[in-house]
Design a protein around this ligand. Structure first.
Ligand code: CMP
Length: 833
């Protein structure tokens, strides 16, 4: 057989093995990697035995490739590692972990250095050369969170905690691999550790990799719309991304390829989550889950199959070294979690994590495929001393085996011992309540089914009474009202409300009725609501809801760009997004009110439901007011958005209808595909904003003023050069009392309010303000604030002077108005228009 053929055969055999191990692990309730490791070692042992035993040579041809792998270990680093990390990073939603970015980064980097240093110096004290010891330290510094996260999810640990762990594991893989490559370079160079050069190398590789990944992920995001919604193309391009970034990083730019891959995946995920149709995103995730599974499983079996051969060179003192490494690793992880994490939460940079969870996380620090891939690659490095190579490989593999067999197998009992798998009294009571409610609903449904199918009343009663008994039993031990204080119930209710909001918004995303940018913002907002609800209950929720209506930072930047640099596009886009967000929010709030009145009332009682209903009503009023302010200025755009919304809903219904016809067998696949294709373009249409006309054309605005009604085309054009159009947003302060005057404003549409000592004067279309300070040279007389969205024409001081000289009639109007206002203000301020 050719070597390609043997390689393929070995891989195929391993794949077959993997497919059998996965369901077996499920059945035995063992962590999958643990069983895979055991089977891998067994296969390696049997193969070695058959190859070397003098008893038979019948199987030599079959087992030889397993013992002496026909492919080099670089296949793991180049082919499997990039996809492994890409998959791990793709599953992380950056937006969900931004608030924990500080602890994740610190934990990941500090933990890697702490582990590498602890293990390195520990082993060096036992006689291992320092650089080799550090190298081993870096290899086993990576953690594989899969097992512990799976169990934490199962026992209902806070989601934020598992996200923190996943984020940390990803970055510590990246940091450990960079450290590893720096150390390998040192060892291959034969030089001793030069800390400064090594540190610089690390920083360049790590941060260079992040930047490269950002660029790569961005390009991927930019190309997505060009793939016209083809899921095959989207996945294919995503498969190219890790390899391209990895190789460009490592071989061209000499920054860390693995870091680049991780950062590319995080970035690509941000774009793909909103730019892909939801089904396509799901498909992409599924394909990647499969690819990641293959990569990690193959690394596992292959490395494990080599274990018997590696362990053949095991010296008794290696056992001691392994023990030192394990103790040091546990100690350093515990030190970081118990020492650094509280420090970070003390600085409000991280959430608080209870001691029990910290212990569970320390114990759950299993090592996995990444450690094995690195260990394998060391065995093939020809520039490292063979004895050292062997030591590193033996210890690293031993380490992985230990964590899998000891920590992995005891993790569940440890979590039980720490009582983390027990529901809190609060959740316990909630569980009882949910169960009772659901059982009651099911009992009614069963009763109806019995009637529909004309089932004998006796048989039906036998079934329904059983439900009744269960419900009664639950009612007897119902501790919901007593175990949970009113405050707690209110908090749980508020959290449920925020969760529900998230779901509704995701539904809108799935139905493609709203643009990606609006969905993204809405989801971010609901995450804030959810966190506020969890941390501060109803009060925090209400406060955050109020804050969400304020103009976002992006909006304020866009407004600034428009005002100062006269760049209008961003503002146009922001207003359009705000429109959409308010539109969706109004719908969502309606649905939420119904949810509170029915489901929440049933679960939490009238008091909670009513209070939450009130909070929702306040939100609805505020949202409606914000929407009305926009609609007032841009009625056509509001109409067109609403129309688009309906159109998308209609399109979706139509496709659903086609689908039904196809399912019923009335039309064939070809017809269905053809009909669907016809409407596919419209689907994509929703991803973009319909253009919004801010209506800020200077000449049109000028013509709207009575003062200029007599002017001809040429004069209007000349005036247009003097005026600058500007959009004011609700509550925007335009003039502050006491400032020096810099411009006069003509209101083209909308209204502003002049805040005088005794009263407020409202000025509307056709009126002007800000003239007094310019005429008198005195400071501004009053604050002026925009009441809603207004279009104004701005005349700067210099243009103002020129304007008065050129247009004596206008000067007259302005002078006399200033005069009147002045007099009124001196007399104690009557409204003067
Ligand atoms: P200025 O003083 O430059 O800045 C504040 C502006 O408020 C002022 O110019 C006028 O344009 C406007 N203003 C001041 N007093 C009145 C008033 N009594 N009625 C209407 N507008 C006023």
């Amino acid at each position: 057989m050719t070597s390609v053929a043997t390689t393929t055969l070995v891989i195929a055999a391993f794949l077959a093995l993997i497919s059998l191990v996965e369901p077996a692990a499920e059945r035995l309730r063992l962590p999958y990697t643990v069983l895979l490791a055991v089977v891998g070692v067994a296969v390696g042992a049997v193969a070695s035995f058959l190859l070397y035993t003098p008893l038979t040579s019948t199987f030599d041809a079959i087992v030889a490739p397993i013992v002496n792998l026909p492919f080099s270990a670089s296949i793991f680093l180049v082919v499997f590692l990039p996809v492994l990390l890409f998959h791990a990073a793709l599953t992380i939603d950056v937006r969900e972990i931004v608030e924990d970015a500080a602890p994740i980064l610190t934990l990941a980097i500090v933990a890697v250095f702490a582990a590498a240093a602890a293990i390195g110096f520990g082993l060096a004290a036992a006689g291992v050369p320092l650089t080799v010891a550090l190298l081993l330290g870096s290899i086993v510094a990576t953690t594989d969170p899969a097992a512990v996260v799976a169990i934490l999810r199962e026992v209902g640990a806070p989601l934020r905690l598992s996200r923190l762990l996943e984020g940390e594991a990803l970055l510590n893989d990246a940091a450990a691999i960079v450290l590893f490559s720096v150390l390998v370079a040192m060892l291959s160079g034969g030089g001793e550790a030069d800390i400064a050069a090594g540190a610089e190398h690390f920083v360049v590789e790590f941060f260079g990799g992040i930047v490269l990944g950002l660029v790569g992920g961005r390009i991927y995001g930019g190309l997505l719309p060009r793939l016209r919604g083809s899921r095959m193309a989207e996945v294919t391009l995503s498969l190219a991304l890790p390899y391209v970034t990895y190789l460009v990083g490592d071989d061209v730019l000499h920054v860390s390829g693995v870091v680049a891959v991780a950062s590319a995946a995080l970035t690509a995920g941000v774009f793909a989550r909103v730019r892909l149709a939801p089904d396509n995103w799901e498909y992409l995730e599924q394909v990647w889950e499969q690819i990641g599974f293959w990569a990690s499983s193959l690394i596992f079996v292959t490395a494990m199959a080599l274990v018997p051969r590696l362990l053949a060179g095991l010296q008794p003192e290696d056992g001691w070294l392994l023990l030192i490494a394990i103790v040091m690793a546990l100690a350093s992880r515990a030190a970081v979690l118990f020492g650094l994490l509280p420090l970070l939460s003390g600085l409000h940079l991280a959430q608080r994590v209870s001691g029990a969870y910290k212990l569970a996380i320390t114990w759950g620090g299993l090592r996995g495929a990444v450690t094995l891939a690195l260990a394998l690659s060391v065995t093939e490095n020809t520039q490292i001393d063979p004895a050292m190579k062997n030591l590193v490989a033996v210890l690293a593999t031993g380490f992985v085996l230990f964590t899998l067999l000891v920590n992995g197998l005891t993790l569940r009992p440890v979590i039980h011992l720490l009582r983390l798998d027990r529901l809190s009294p609060l959740n316990q009571a909630l569980r009882g309540k949910v169960l009772a409610l659901s059982l009651a609903e099911v009992r009614d449904a069963v009763r109806e089914t019995a009637q529909d199918y004309a089932i004998a009343p006796g048989a039906a009663a036998a079934v329904t009474t059983r439900y009744g008994e269960a419900i009664d039993a639950l009612a007897r031990e119902d501790t919901f009202e007593t175990a949970i204080s009113d405050d707690d119930r209110m908090t749980i209710g508020t959290v449920a409300l925020a969760n529900r909001e998230r779901r509704i918004i995701l539904d809108h995303h799935a139905q493609n009725t709203v643009s990606g940018a609006a969905i993204e913002r809405l989801l971010r907002n609901t995450n804030r609501l959810l966190d506020a609800a969890k941390a501060e209950g109803r009060g925090g929720y209400a406060e955050t809801a109020q804050a969400l209506l304020a103009f976002s930072r992006e909006f304020r930047i866009a407004n600034f760009l428009h005002r100062v640099l006269r760049i209008g596009k961003p503002l146009q886009r922001q207003i359009s997004v705000r429109f959409e967000i308010l539109l969706v929010r109004r719908l969502v709030l309606g649905e939420l009110a119904r949810f509170a009145a029915t489901r929440l009332r049933a679960l939490f009682g009238a008091v909670v439901a009513d209070a939450l209903g009130e909070t929702l009503a306040t939100r609805a009023v505020a949202a409606a007011r914000a929407l009305d302010a926009l609609r007032l200025q841009y009625p056509e755009h509001a109409d067109s958005l609403e129309q688009r919304f309906l159109q998308q809903s209609g399109r979706r219904l139509l496709i659903a209808r086609y689908h039904d016809l196809y399912e019923e067998g009335l039309i064939g696949r070809e017809v269905f595909d053809d009909l669907e294709r016809e409407h596919a373009a419209g689907r994509r249409h929703a991803a973009h904003h319909p253009p919004l006309d801010l209506g800020l054309r200077t000449e049109e605005l000028i013509r709207g003023f009575g003062m200029f009604s007599g002017l001809g085309e040429v004069e209007v054009k000349a005036l247009a050069r003097r005026f600058r159009p500007r959009l004011l947003v609700p509550d925007e302060p335009i003039i502050r009392k006491g400032e020096r005057g810099s411009a006069m404003y003509l209101i083209s549409s909308g209204a502003v309010e002049v805040v005088l000592p005794n009263q407020r004067v409202r000025l509307g279309s056709g009126e002007f303000f800000g003239e007094m300070a310019l005429l008198s040279g005195q400071p501004r007389q009053a604050d002026v604030v925009a009441l809603g969205y207004c279009r104004v024409l701005v005349l700067s001081v210099t243009e103002f002077r020129r304007f008065l000289r050129e247009y004596p009639q206008a000067k007259e109007v302005i002078d006399s108005m200033a005069e009147t206002r002045n007099r009124a203000n001196a007399a104690g301020g009557a409204a003067v228009k």
